[in-house]
Design a protein around this ligand. Structure first.
Ligand SMILES: CCCC(=O)Oc1ccc([N+](=O)[O-])cc1
Length: 295
């Protein structure tokens, strides 16, 4: 056993004076009632498990249609918080999958917007567009949102993200790779012939379904996740007993962790870190991998 270091009487006096001065200046402990400084992009009250599992968050929302005549994508629907008292919000563009329309994912619009995001659910130029095209359309939708849309003044153009289902998830990876300034990406049951995403730097949470036979996790989500370098923030969540179509109906686990990831990385809101690190577990989650703790 190592002997404990002893302090001379003179050193003990110096240490005690130092401690008294530190406490007097508030250096070790916050004053009673003081709160940690809020990040500049935090929106809404402190989250709880039930607030992020609920079907609606704290913000009232409205929605508006986007014409199919816009340039670069096929129109869609914008969902936004009506509150203007807290400043601007981050924004998320979401693409449906092959042959599907936004209506297949539309439950996500108010679910995410009511947590404090502007959301555009897109229609693609044609329902047969491939992932590379869907990626370009997601970026065109974000450009439209911040430059031309009727809600542009509500958005912080430096805090943007993408998500999508299946080929829309493959497009989400394409968009993240081509625009590293995005703050977050969430491919859902992503499908893509490209397996290596080693140049993705955007914080990316991939959500796959255990029993997916259209984009099996073994040949899609898992290699996609593995190929993203560990120096990029990333997470892989596999939903227990979920098919390829899990994003097409309200899914509490998927929504809860999408909200946490988007809040953590679009809003730099560290109040949501508790839901991501230590890594989530439970009956709904077959597997979870991550880069915790987040830098
Ligand atoms: C809702 C449709 C989801 C989706 O994109 O499914 C598919 C993904 C890939 C193929 N395919 O490569 O033929 C088909 C459907």
């Amino acid at each position: 056993m190592q002997p404990r270091p002893t302090l001379s009487p003179r050193s003990r006096v110096i240490a005690k004076v130092g401690l008294v001065l530190t406490l007097a200046c508030g250096g070790l402990a916050a004053a009673p009632g003081a709160q940690a400084a809020a990040g500049p992009y935090e929106r809404g009250p402190a989250p709880t498990n039930s607030s992020i599992e609920a079907s609606r968050g704290p913000f009232a929302t409205a929605q508006t249609s986007v014409s199919s005549l816009v340039t670069g994508f096929g129109g869609g629907t914008i969902y936004y918080p009506t509150d203007t008292s807290q400043g601007t919000f981050g924004a998320i563009a979401i693409s449906p999958g092959y042959t599907a329309r936004w209506s297949s994912l539309s439950w996500l619009g108010p679910r995410l917007a009511s947590q404090g995001f502007v959301v555009i659910g897109i229609e693609t130029n044609t329902i047969y567009d491939q992932p590379d095209s869907r990626g370009r359309q997601l970026l065109a939708a974000l450009d439209y949102l911040v430059q031309s849309s009727s809600v542009r003044s509500r958005i912080d153009s430096s805090r943007l993200a993408v998500a999508g289902h299946s080929m829309g998830g493959g497009g989400t990876l394409e968009a993240a790779r081509s625009r590293p300034s995005l703050q977050a990406a969430i491919p859902l049951a992503p499908w893509n012939l490209t397996k290596s995403w080693s140049t993705v730097r955007v914080p990316t949470m991939i959500i796959g379904g255990e029993t997916d036979s259209i984009a099996p996790v073994s040949s899609h989500s898992e290699p996609f996740y593995s190929s993203i370098p560990a120096s990029s923030e990333k997470a892989y969540m596999e939903l227990n007993n979920a098919s390829h179509f899990f994003p097409q109906s309200p899914d509490t686990t998927m929504a809860k962790y999408m909200i946490s990831w988007m809040k953590r990385f679009i809003d730099d809101d560290t109040r949501y870190e508790q839901f991501l690190c230590p890594r989530p577990s439970g009956l709904a989650i077959e597997e979870y991998r991550d880069t915790c703790p987040h830098a």
